[in-house]
Ligand binder design. Structure first.
Ligand code: ADP
Length: 295
């Protein structure tokens, strides 16, 4: 269990990136969902002990993370958002090198782990190729192989699916889903489907604050019966947006289809639809934007 209490961070430029963040994160996949600039990377870097908060505490099982950085690092696997430039060495050599850095000095054990991870991430066939020549999806899978060295008990992956095509994304999420059940895996993303497809628990954050936390299904159920949908004319769209709580607009056969949040049917053209996590997300973001506008 990872316990985060009242974490605050203000950068030198005055941005309050973490605003009283408190989260309880049990073993399993945990989705951290938020738009760009929400504070996801700041939070991940803080948990990974790469930067210090101004105040607050983080505990991972028995470890006081902020006081015992080394103890946390020994249990941590981290895939940062930007993994950086790869040297022109093969995937096998590079992974072996990372394994040595991670303290896996026994040769036999290291070989077994490195080869096992290359199989697990479906990179065995490509092991002799330079990582620099890999596609985006292969690089991310290599990033996971690197993060899983030494069997970490806390795994943090920061926006790993951004920029992946649907097939690569699926492959990558399947890989994450197979990480052991007793490991805490935190996946940060701005893609709602990543959380829907994969995470039994989640938190939505924006403006450095936690908006909701818990089981996606619970938040979805709270909107039950209050999401309405209709196709509208282009010319009427602005008026609907002004008059109603429009959660999202998407084009269906070239015409805008809107999802609206309302206790009762807004007009006869609307049908009631089953809410999904995207409706929850847009409702939360809308509330945050309103609060910001009125502040
Ligand atoms: P996310 O990962 O959700 O996109 P970030 O944690 O990267 O969010 O950023 C949160 C806010 O903090 C943004 O407004 C960003 O511009 C700002 N920020 C992030 N890192 C720094 C930094 N090192 N110095 C100053 N501002 C930063």
């Amino acid at each position: 269990m990872l316990s985060i209490r009242q974490l605050n961070k203000t950068y030198a430029n005055g941005v309050h990136a973490l605003n009283d963040i408190s989260l309880e994160i049990p073993a399993g996949m945990f989705g951290l969902l938020g738009p760009n600039g929400a504070g996801k990377s700041s939070l991940m870097r803080t948990i990974a002990t790469l930067q210090a908060p101004d105040s607050g505490s983080i505990h991972f099982d028995g470890t006081d993370v902020l006081a015992e950085k080394e103890a946390l690092r020994r249990q941590l696997g981290y895939l940062p958002q930007d993994f950086g430039v790869y040297p022109k060495v093969s995937a096998l050599e590079l992974l072996d090198h990372f394994a040595v850095l991670k303290g896996l000095t026994a040769r036999g054990e290291r070989k077994e782990m490195v080869e096992g991870l290359l199989h697990q991430t479906n990179l065995w066939e490509a092991r002799k190729r330079a990582v620099a020549s890999f596609s985006g999806g292969m690089r991310q899978r290599f990033g996971i192989a690197q993060a899983l060295l030494g069997a970490p008990r806390l795994v943090i992956v920061d926006e790993p699916t951004a920029g992946l095509d649907p097939q690569e994304r699926n492959r990558f999420l399947n890989l994450l889903a197979r990480i052991g059940e007793d490991v805490v895996v935190i996946l940060s993303t701005h893609i709602v489907e990543d959380v829907t497809d994969l995470c039994p628990r989640m938190a939505m954050i924006a403006g450095g604050r936690v908006l909701v936390e818990g089981r996606p299904q619970d938040s979805i159920e709270q909107m039950h019966g209050r999401v309405w949908q209709r196709v509208v004319d282009d010319t009427a769209l602005a008026e609907y947006q002004q008059r109603l709580c429009v959660l999202s607009t998407r084009l269906v056969a070239g015409k805008p289809q809107i999802n609206v949040f309302a206790d009762v049917q807004p007009d006869a053209g609307f049908i009631n639809v089953a809410p999904d996590l995207e409706d929850v997300y847009f409702l939360q973001l809308r509330a945050t934007q309103r609060n910001a506008a009125h502040a």
